[in-house]
Design a protein around this ligand. Structure first.
Ligand SMILES: [Zn+2]
Length: 118
């Protein structure tokens, strides 16, 4: 994490950053890229970075400094690349729903429940 950002700053700006991103339908647009609703365009592939998120923010008119803030907030919330933003930061996304639908219909039960000790 960039040392210009401490946890206090991040906790301060996170709600506002999320509000702005939601106002721009940022998560819905990112979801459209990675899980196109109508299947007419090929789904984007995550390169383990913020490539698509950054392109989207530039499209939405954000400049370099605010984009750096957004990246730090996404990191802070557990999204370290484009797909993790949809899995960990977005409240809902088709990508996440699709993942869990596939998990639920698969024969293998998720291991984490059976490993829990009471
Ligand atoms: Zn990813």
């Amino acid at each position: 994490m960039n040392e210009d950002y401490d946890e206090e700053l991040l906790t301060d700006i996170t709600p506002d950053v999320l509000r702005v991103l939601n106002n721009h339908s940022f998560f819905a647009r990112l979801d459209d890229l990675f899980c196109p609703a109508d299947g007419s365009s090929p789904a984007a592939v995550c390169h383990g970075n913020f490539q698509s998120s950054t392109a989207l923010l530039v499209d939405l008119g954000f400049e370099a400094a605010p984009i750096a803030d957004v990246h730090e907030v996404l990191h802070y919330l557990g999204g370290c690349c484009d797909c993790e933003v949809l899995y960990n930061v977005a409240e809902e996304s088709r990508l996440k729903a699709k993942y869990w639908r596939a998990r639920a219909s698969g024969s293998a039960a998720p291991a984490k429940d059976s490993q829990m000790n009471s």
